[in-house]
Design a protein around this ligand. Structure first.
Ligand code: NAD
Ligand code: UFG
Length: 332
């Protein structure tokens, strides 16, 4: 029995692959390398000391994906594949709807045809509207601020409908908060193409001297130091959450949503200070205007995942900053 990881060579998928292999699970990865590199496959094997099947294919192409089901005994799918850049989704909304919705439909249809009924989906905290904090799974979802978020929200609805129509189907929708950091080996991590949009990769690239300084988008929010507050979660913790989600899917029917966050809000300024302290590197910054669409604060209620999945994040902000830099500095 194998778990299929679509998009498994990407940032979160590769860390989840390592955790699954470490837990003795068999995996198969399907990825079209649109936002990853083949070398990641060999790093996963090097870290885990185990091998796995890899298919370079577009998950939207049903015939190609059908081959993966035919050639492997797949009993569960973790669907990571998709486009994820918020800004780009506003410039190319159709590409986002096409890739994200099509890939999800393709996976769900092939699962049904192959009697594979355990599904875990990479959703996002971005589906929450401006609810009160902490954001719990009961908080209202939508309206989403951008096409990327809308694709995630739509896929959640599609999965709920698929589960309602098939009493044997199990789905776990994981709403990730802000994944950061890298594997302790420094071999795999987040490697954005071009200038990073997200805070931690921007900080590491300033630290590496590739970028001159950081711009903090707003210091006049209604937060304790005026900068934005987020629930940063170490990607290794997030990866372990997928194993708990898989086990939950195998034991329960229907569709269930879980936040994967730490439950703690950390400000942009606090993250910068932690990075400087842990790594002994100064991060020059300037205060810039607020970034359109940003919430002042967002952090999870982590209670449901703790109680029903038996999972909680363990690594702190210092570990996130240390491991993010450990990955980046190997690439200088
Ligand atoms: P990533 O871009 O690093 O990984 C996605 C992988 O999917 C890449 O390897 C890419 O090549 C592949 N891919 C994309 N479209 C494909 C297709 N049609 N067929 C086959 N492969 C395809 O992204 P990530 O950070 O690892 O995120 C994984 C998932 O989690 C995504 O769905 C993303 O939207 C979601 N998510 C990410 C974050 C975050 O901050 N990183 C937050 C919330 C949700
Ligand atoms: N920030 C800066 N300067 C930068 C980049 C970011 O000050 O150069 C600030 C932002 O204004 C925000 C905070 O840092 O206050 C975090 O911003 P990120 O771009 O790192 O993350 P977001 O919370 O905006 O969004 C991320 C992903 C989304 C995902 C969401 C929740 O980009 O795709 O987390 O998981 F949906």
């Amino acid at each position: 029995m194998s778990v299929l990881l679509t998009g498994g060579l990407g940032y979160i998928g590769s860390h989840t692959a390592v955790e699954l292999l470490a837990a003795g699970r068999e995996i198969v990865i399907a990825d079209n390398l649109s936002n990853s590199e083949l070398s990641v496959a060999s790093y996963i094997e090097r870290i885990s000391g185990k091998s796995f099947g890899f298919y370079e294919l577009d998950v939207c192409e049903r015939a190609a994906l059908a081959r993966v089901f035919k050639e492997n005994d797949i009993d569960a799918v973790i669907h990571f594949a998709g486009f994820k850049a918020v800004g780009e989704s506003c410039e190319k909304p159709l590409a986002y709807y096409r890739n994200n919705i099509d890939s999800a439909l393709s996976v769900l249809e092939l699962m049904r045809e192959n009697c594979c009924r355990n599904f875990v989906f990479s959703s996002s905290a971005t589906v929450y509207g401006a609810g009160s904090l902490p954001l719990s799974e009961e908080s209202a979802a939508g309206p989403c601020a951008n096409p990327y978020g809308r694709t995630k929200y739509m896929i959640e609805q599609i999965v709920n409908d698929a589960a309602a129509a098939d009493g044997d189907f199990s789905a776990v929708l994981l709403r990730y908060f802000n994944p950061v950091g890298a594997h302790g080996s420094g071999l795999i991590g987040e490697k954005p193409k071009g200038v990073p949009n997200n805070l931690m990769p921007y900080i590491t690239q300033v630290a590496a001297g590739r970028l001159d300084h950081l711009r903090i988008f707003g210091d006049d929010y209604d937060t304790h130091d005026g900068t934005g507050v987020r629930d940063f979660i170490h990607v290794a913790d997030l990866a372990k959450g997928h194993i708990a989600a898989l086990d939950y899917a195998r034991e329960h029917k229907g569709s269930e949503v879980f936040n994967l966050g730490t439950g703690r809000g950390v400000s942009v300024l606090e993250l910068i200070r932690a990075f400087e302290e842990v790594n002994g590197i100064r991060i020059p910054f300037e205060i810039a205007p607020r970034r359109p669409g940003d919430a002042a604060a967002s952090y999870a209620s982590a209670v449901k995942a703790r109680e029903l999945l038996g999972w909680q994040a363990e690594l702190d902000i210092k570990a996130m900053c240390r491991d993010a830099w450990n990955y980046e500095k190997r690439r200088i």
